[in-house]
Design a protein around this ligand. Structure first.
Ligand code: GLN
Length: 469
């Protein structure tokens, strides 16, 4: 059975650490049950899928790869997961990630996800040697990306706040789609940064991304930031018109950064040459004037929202609660402090600290308000390119080089990632973006590229993708 094969693969490659929690038994039962039901005509019917562990699934562990939520079983299911279930998808497990989706290595409280492409070069045996021969899978939705990249399942769910779908998709060699902000409901997705978070998908072809998006999109009273426009079902490759209008693609100079490796830059340039030769694409060099401020704005705005969102983890309403309490003198503050000390990792604490700093009364105008201006300016830079300069989409890198090993990553001790530069703009401006596999690097890792389209033009972006990829 499809579910059995997915389970076998995940179990066989346990070293990849793809899951935080499995749903194997229920998945097998569900498969039995729905196979006898009258045939549902959804293209997703009966497919085993995986869900990033920051999407609530009723009565099932939803940990966000944090000790804080290690025993948290939500009493409800997130909108998009429920809709996938209604279409006959079978959830095989919850995928491993960076703690609360902060990061680009998928290394939370339950250890790192390893990149499946490392296994084409080595046989990792014990944990110590593993770290020097296994590489990061990217993040933060690394478990979902690794499972699709390794072909354990055909579709997996992720979330993208600053690149967390596109980055691991590129590292693991699959497609990763971050829809426009507000296209898909965030209800039941554990919030990282309310104004950036976008649920999305990993798949091995664009039609699967379209089936999944069509299955879950549409109005949801539980998410007030959802677009109020009625959703038009996206067209798959066989449904979309065969008329071939010439496509104008922007190549932003601001993405050609020094850190981009020669090999990754060539991959980008070679694709441009190949596509130019077909005669169907026209390339234009473009500028994004406010790009130099994008990372700073992302860092400030995201950590500020994080600091405020994380306040809910006080150890009292839900989540971890310290056992180390001195009844005679501990106040609410000391209990809160102990609880959070015991259960939040370094990076989470670092971001809360940074966010609270930016939000201090004397800093608020200087950092937070200023970053909001930058955010609007960047959104406007992109809007101009699409509307005034008639650019259909931008083509850019996703990451700058091959993944580092787990051992190297462990040394780096990052609180913020220097790997987000190619991806954060789409979140700052709410734009749809897709990362797609292009070729294999000389060291044997997949190289991906990204296309970014106009706000709420997800259909147009995916139609271009069908012609490029
Ligand atoms: N790497 C970025 C961060 O750490 C993006 C994370 C994400 O998209 N969830 O904030």
């Amino acid at each position: 059975s499809a579910v059995r094969s997915a389970i076998n693969a995940i179990q066989h490659y346990k070293v990849l650490n793809i899951l935080t929690h499995d749903c194997f038994e229920t998945a097998l039962e569900t498969e039995q049950k729905i196979s006898t039901e009258k045939k549902n005509d959804s293209p997703l019917h009966g497919r085993p899928i995986l869900i990033k562990d920051n999407f609530c699934l009723r009565d099932t562990l939803t940990t966000c790869a944090s000790k804080m939520l290690a025993n948290f079983r939500p009493p409800y299911t997130s909108t998009i997961v429920q809709r996938l279930i209604d279409h006959g998808c079978i959830i095989v497990g919850k995928t491993n990630m960076d703690e609360f989706a902060m990061g680009t290595a998928s290394w939370g409280a339950f250890g790192p996800v390893a990149n499946p492409w490392s296994l084409t070069k080595t046989m990792a045996t014990n944990e110590e040697t593993s770290k020097t021969v296994l590489h990061i899978a990217g993040g933060s939705s690394g478990g979902s990306a690794a499972a699709v990249g390794a072909n354990f399942v055909s579709i997996a769910v992720g979330s993208d706040t600053g690149g967390s779908i596109r980055n691991p998709a590129a590292r693991c060699g699959c497609y990763g789609f971050k829809p426009s902000y507000g296209l898909l409901s965030r209800h039941g997705l554990v919030t990282l940064v309310n104004s950036f978070d976008a649920p999305g998908f990993f798949a091995r072809n664009i039609d699967d991304l379209i089936y999944a998006t069509n299955a879950v999109a549409g109005s949801d009273g539980a998410d007030a930031t959802l677009s109020s426009k009625p959703f038009q079902a996206l067209k798959t490759s066989s449904e979309s018109s065969k008329e071939k209008k010439r496509i104008v693609i922007g190549l932003p100079d601001d993405y050609d950064i020094r850190a981009l490796s020669t090999e990754y830059r060539s991959c980008w340039q070679d694709l441009v040459h190949q596509l130019t030769e077909t005669g169907e694409f026209l390339f234009r060099r473009v500028q994004i004037p406010h790009k130099p401020y994008a990372n700073a704005a992302y860092t400030i705005l995201s950590s500020s929202e994080i600091a405020s969102n994380m306040a809910r983890y006080d150890g009292i309403r839900y989540g971890h609660h310290t056992k180390n309490i001195d009844e005679s003198k501990d106040t609410y503050e000391t209990i809160l402090k102990k609880t959070r000390d015991e259960s939040f990792g370094e990076r989470v604490r670092g971001r809360i600290l940074a966010g609270n700093y930016y939000l201090l009364e004397e800093n608020y105008e200087k950092y937070f308000v200023q970053s909001q201006r930058v955010r609007r300016a960047i959104a406007n830079d992109y809007r101009k390119l699409f509307e005034e300069d008639k650019i259909d989409c931008l083509l850019t890198p996703v990451v700058s080089d091959d993944p580092i090993t787990l051992a190297e990553y462990e040394q780096s001790n990052e609180i913020f990632s220097d790997n987000d530069g190619f991806t954060v703009d789409a979140n700052l401006a709410g734009l749809p973006a897709l990362s797609f596999p292009v070729r294999i690097s000389s060291k044997g890792f997949p190289i991906g590229l990204q296309i970014i389209g106009p706000f709420m033009q997800d259909q147009a972006l995916l139609s271009i993708a069908q012609r490029i990829c």
